[in-house]
Ligand binder design. Structure first.
Ligand SMILES: [Cu+2]
Length: 442
């Protein structure tokens, strides 16, 4: 039976509220316990996203996904037409437990046919969701059902496998987390970040899925910094971060201030003897990587380490003027183009400042920005902050900026005498006077 979008929304709302509204299309005898503390696992947090509600029907965990065109915000000030599930990209995270039987209804509200592929899932071939190969495409306006038992645990994905270039390129993707039936260790905070990249050239509102290399926006959960939510944890928490990718590029995801271990892939757990310490994990298209660490206090950058990826829409075609004197050029161009500002002679840092007061093209974002406690952070794209605090009353609020213990922030200092001298005959560790080399905190 085809459920209208409104009925779907009502069901979702009823499930979320735990209320008694049970439309005749669905006979729920048990409802989603997410958020009530009854779950046999630590729920995964999807920053800037959500978890898909479910209901138990005759011992089967039932979900409903509707794929449709949505208005999607990358960060305040930039909204595009994307294709997502249940109003979001990435679609809501599906969570279940190894051994569960699941039934997933998929309603297609796109203007073309679609299917959902359950990436990494061990399942019957006919449930694998490859259009034309394992099933017919779901025509616009129709609902298909997928049903299979969950025979594994780990970080898997779901995404379109029909007209992939367009549908994934416009955002049709989501995480599918299967918790182990018998967990070997307790996780205090568990996050999922979905990687993708988008070609939304300045002034346009529809990502161009035909682009192969010239992407403008690189996203964590389809958001760019400063639109990415921080990851909030307590000092000493065992934290797991799951990275999923359907991106076009590989992304070395880097965490500051910690040594972590990659503990799992979409193929399953990595045995402890095969894990090694890392600070960056390379995630290729069609891969998931889980890493874990014990949280140390501070504000720690978490970002892709490719230089253009923690950055927003750029003028890829602008000439390189670093080190080129633009004296007089600005005035001459202003005669033709009022308001023109020469930039880039001393690097691009000033761009972050100009973004705040200069009007750029419509519906795009400054290349970098974001206010930090010490000034502009100067990042965009695949960048967020892991906020680790000794004291937290809730995980659900941004605790603000880290208060550094006295004497632990780099700052201005008078260069010690022994470095002022050109002579290099001073032994390491020796001092030629009263200079301490400690910052004065100014
Ligand atoms: Cu990257």
């Amino acid at each position: 039976m085809l459920m209208s979008r409104r009925v779907t929304a009502l069901i979702m709302m009823a499930v979320l509220l735990g209320g008694g509204l049970a439309p005749s299309a669905v006979h729920g005898d048990e409802q989603n316990d997410a958020g009530r503390g009854k779950l046999p696992y630590t729920p995964v947090v999807t920053p800037n996203g959500s978890t898909l509600p479910w209901r138990m029907v005759d011992g089967v965990k039932e979900f409903h996904l509707t794929v449709e065109e949505i208005d999607h915000e990358f960060a305040p000030g930039m909204v595009v037409k994307a294709w997502g599930y249940n109003g979001q990209t990435p679609g809501p995270t599906i969570e279940a437990v190894e051994g569960d039987r699941v039934r997933i209804y998929v309603t297609n509200n796109l203007p073309e046919s679609t299917v959902i592929h359950w990436h990494g899932m061990l399942l019957p071939s006919g449930m694998d969701g490859v259009q034309g190969l394992t099933q017919k495409g779901i025509p616009p306006g129709e609902t298909y059902v997928y049903a299979f038992p969950l025979r594994q645990h780990g970080t898997l994905m779901y995404h379109s496998h029909g007209d992939e270039m367009v549908q994934i390129g416009l955002g049709a993707m989501g995480a599918f987390i299967i918790h182990p039936r018998n967990p070997v260790r307790k996780i205090d905070r568990d996050f999922v970040l979905f990687l993708n990249e988008w070609a939304v050239h300045p002034g346009t509102a529809r990502p161009n899925p035909n682009v192969m290399t010239d992407f403008d926006l690189f996203t964590f959960n389809s958001r760019v910094f400063p639109g990415t939510a921080p990851l909030v944890v307590r000092t000493g928490d065992r934290v797991r971060i799951r990275i999923c990718s359907v991106s076009q590029d590989v992304h070395p995801i880097h965490l500051h201030g910690h040594s972590f271990k990659v503990v799992g892939t979409d193929g399953g757990d990595i045995p402890p003897a095969a894990q090694w310490p890392e600070t960056s994990v390379l995630v290729a298209p069609g891969q998931t990587r889980d890493f874990e660490f014990i949280a140390a206090p501070g504000d720690w950058a978490l970002h892709c380490h490719k230089r253009h990826h923690p950055m927003n829409a750029m003028g890829h075609d602008i000439p390189n003027v670093v080190g080129v004197s633009q004296d007089g050029l600005e005035q001459r161009i202003q005669a033709l183009l009022p308001g023109y500002m020469a930039m880039g002679e001393r690097g691009m840092e000033e761009h972050a400042e100009h973004g705040a007061h200069m009007e750029g093209p419509r519906n795009t974002l400054p290349m970098m920005g974001g206010d930090g406690p010490f000034g502009k952070i100067g990042m965009g794209g695949m960048f967020t902050v892991l906020k680790v605090r000794d004291q937290l009353t809730t995980y659900d609020e941004d605790p603000g900026w880290y208060e550094n213990p006295p004497g632990t922030v780099s700052g201005r200092v008078d260069l010690p005498n022994y470095w002022r001298s050109q002579a290099q005959d001073v032994a390491p560790g020796s001092s030629s006077g009263g200079d301490t080399g400690q910052p004065d905190g100014r």
